[in-house]
Design a protein around this ligand. Structure first.
Ligand SMILES: Cc1cc2nc3c(=O)[nH]c(=O)nc-3n(C[C@H](O)[C@H](O)[C@H](O)COP(=O)(O)OP(=O)(O)OC[C@H]3O[C@@H](n4cnc5c(N)ncnc54)[C@H](O)[C@@H]3O)c2cc1C
Length: 411
C-alpha cells in the first residue's frame, strides 16, 4: 500500500527528471499517457498507475506546484473516458483513450432529442446494421460543443422490437463526415454553446460500439452518473510563468472552454452579491441581508455535500445519489442568487452593457441561471432519483417500460 508522502515524492522526482516546458504539448501528453502520471488512478494497462482515486488530487497538486501541464480536460476526459474504461472493449480502449488524454480528440454528448430529454430511453434516432457499419438517421438537440467535436457519444435505437431500455446501443460516433449537419442554437443570454445535430445516412463502424449491442442504456447510466458531478466543465489551472508549452495548453483550454464561458453566470455569480449590495447602498436593508444569508447557507451546505461525494469517490466508490443531491443544490443556489441579485439591482438588473451592474454580468446571470435546472437532468428528475434511491419511495409508474418499443406511443 503506497501512502500519500511516497506518491508525492515519486511524482516530484519523476517531474524533476522529465518536465520540460519546451517539449511539444502533444509529445508531453503522450509521455503522461505512457507513464500513467496523467491519470494515476487508471489501471496500469490503460495509461494509469493503478493508484487509489484519492491519489489523483495528490499528484495534481505536485503538477501544479511544479507548473507542469496535465492531460487534456473537459467532456472527453470526465464523461467519455470513464464510460470507455468501464464498458469499452480492449480495441475501443486502445483506439480512443490515448487521443482523449493528449487532447487530439474532442468529444460531445449526443443523447437528448426533441422528443426525449428526461425520457431519454424514449429516443428514436435509429442505427441500422449494414455489414461492418451502422447507418444512422435522426436528430439530436442541445449538444454542447458538437460544433467542435471529433467524436460524439451517441445513443441510438438498434432494436425496435425490444423494450424501450433494451433496444438502445451506445457508439463512438465520428462527427466529421457527410451525413452529419451541426446547427448552432442561440440562447437567450446571447451565447450559442449548443447545437442541433442531424444525421442523414451517417455511418459508424460496428467496431465503435461501446458495450454490447442493445446494452446502451446501462452504458449511458455510467456517463450520466459522472455528468452529475459536473467536473467536465471545470477549467484546468495553469501557472503564469510556465513557458511555451503552458502557453500552448492555456490557449487550447481557452478555445475549448469558450463554449462554457457563461457557466459561472449560470451558477449565479454569488461572488458579485455582496460587492453589488454595498455599491448600491442596500447592504443594511434587513430583507436583503436575509436573502444574502440564505445564499451563503445553501452554498455552505452544498459544499459539505460535495465534500462527502468527493471523499466517497476518493475511497473508490462509484458516484451515487449524492451526485443528484449536488446537482439539485447547484440549482437551489443559482435560484437563490438570481432572486438576491434581482432584489439588489431592481429593474436596472435587466440592463446589459459595459456601464451596467458588473459590466452586464448580473443581466447575464438573470438569463443564464434557468439552464442550471435543466442541463444534465432537470430538478424534477433529480428529485425523482433522490426520492427513489435515497428516501426509498416507490418507483415512478412507467406504463410502457416492458412494452415492445415499436408499439409504444412516442414523443
Ligand atoms: C446548458 C445545457 C447543456 C446541455 N448539454 C447537452 C449535451 O451536451 N448533450 C445532450 O445530449 N443534452 C444536453 N442538454 C439537454 C438536457 O440534458 C435536457 O434538456 C434535459 O435532460 C431535459 O430534457 P428536455 O429539455 O427534453 O425537457 P423535458 O424532458 O421535455 O422536460 C420538460 C419538463 O417536464 C419535467 N418532467 C419531465 N419528465 C418528468 C418526470 N418523469 N417527473 C417529473 N417531471 C418531469 C421536466 O423536469 C421539465 O421541467 C443540455 C441542456 C442544457 C440546458
Amino acid at each position: 500500500m503506497v501512502d500519500e508522502a511516497e506518491v508525492r515524492d515519486e511524482v516530484r522526482t519523476w517531474l524533476d527528471e522529465n518536465w520540460d516546458p519546451d517539449m511539444p504539448l502533444l509529445a508531453w501528453r503522450g509521455l503522461l499517457a505512457d507513464t500513467g502520471w496523467g491519470t494515476p488512478s487508471w489501471p496500469k494497462a490503460w495509461h494509469g498507475r493503478g493508484l487509489k482515486p484519492s491519489m489523483d488530487p495528490v499528484v495534481a497538486a505536485v503538477f501544479h506546484d511544479v507548473g507542469a501541464v496535465g492531460v487534456a480536460a473537459g467532456v472527453s476526459m470526465y464523461l467519455v473516458a470513464p464510460t470507455i474504461l468501464a464498458h469499452g472493449s480492449d480495441d475501443v480502449k486502445r483506439r480512443f483513450l490515448r487521443p482523449i488524454l493528449t487532447g487530439e480528440h474532442k468529444w460531445c454528448q449526443l443523447f437528448s432529442e426533441p422528443g426525449s430529454g428526461s425520457d431519454l430511453a424514449g429516443l428514436t434516432t435509429r442505427a441500422d446494421r449494414d455489414g461492418d457499419e451502422w447507418i444512422v438517421n435522426g436528430q439530436k438537440v442541445w449538444n454542447s460543443g458538437a460544433h467542435k467535436a471529433t467524436y460524439g457519444i451517441l445513443m441510438a435505437r438498434t432494436n425496435w422490437d425490444a423494450a424501450k431500455h433494451k433496444g438502445i446501443s451506445y457508439f463512438a460516433f465520428p462527427m466529421q463526415q457527410e451525413g452529419v449537419e451541426v446547427r448552432p442554437l442561440h440562447q437567450m443570454n446571447g451565447h450559442a454553446s449548443f447545437n442541433e445535430v442531424f444525421f442523414s445516412e451517417a455511418r459508424v463502424p460496428h467496431a465503435n460500439l461501446i458495450g454490447d449491442e442493445g446494452d446502451g442504456w446501462r452504458v449511458a447510466l455510467t456517463t450520466l452518473m459522472h455528468e452529475r458531478s459536473a467536473v467536465a466543465t471545470k477549467r484546468p489551472r495553469f501557472k503564469n510563468d510556465g513557458g511555451a508549452m503552458v502557453e500552448q495548453a492555456r490557449a487550447e483550454s481557452r478555445e475549448y472552454f469558450d463554449t462554457y464561458k457563461w457557466y459561472p453566470q449560470r451558477a449565479g455569480r454569488a461572488n458579485l452579491i455582496q460587492p453589488e449590495a454595498k455599491r448600491l447602498g442596500v447592504s443594511t436593508d434587513p430583507l436583503i441581508r436575509q436573502q444574502i444569508t440564505e445564499v451563503e447557507s445553501v452554498r455552505r451546505i452544498a459544499d459539505w455535500t460535495l465534500r462527502r461525494a468527493r471523499d466517497a469517490r476518493a475511497a473508490g466508490k462509484e458516484p451515487g445519489p449524492e451526485g443528484s443531491l449536488a446537482k439539485l443544490n447547484m440549482s437551489v443556489i443559482a435560484r437563490a442568487c438570481h432572486a438576491t441579485h434581482t432584489s439588489i439591482q431592481g429593474a436596472a438588473g435587466m440592463l446589459d452593457g459595459p456601464e451596467t451592474a458588473a459590466e452586464g454580468m448580473v443581466a447575464e446571470v438573470l438569463v443564464s441561471t434557468p439552464a442550471m435546472s435543466i442541463a444534465g437532468g432537470t430538478d424534477q428528475i433529480q428529485r425523482n432519483i433522490i426520492g427513489e434511491r435515497v428516501l426509498g419511495l416507490s418507483k415512478e409508474p412507467e406504463a410502457d417500460k416492458d412494452a415492445v418499443f415499436r408499439e409504444v406511443r412516442k414523443n
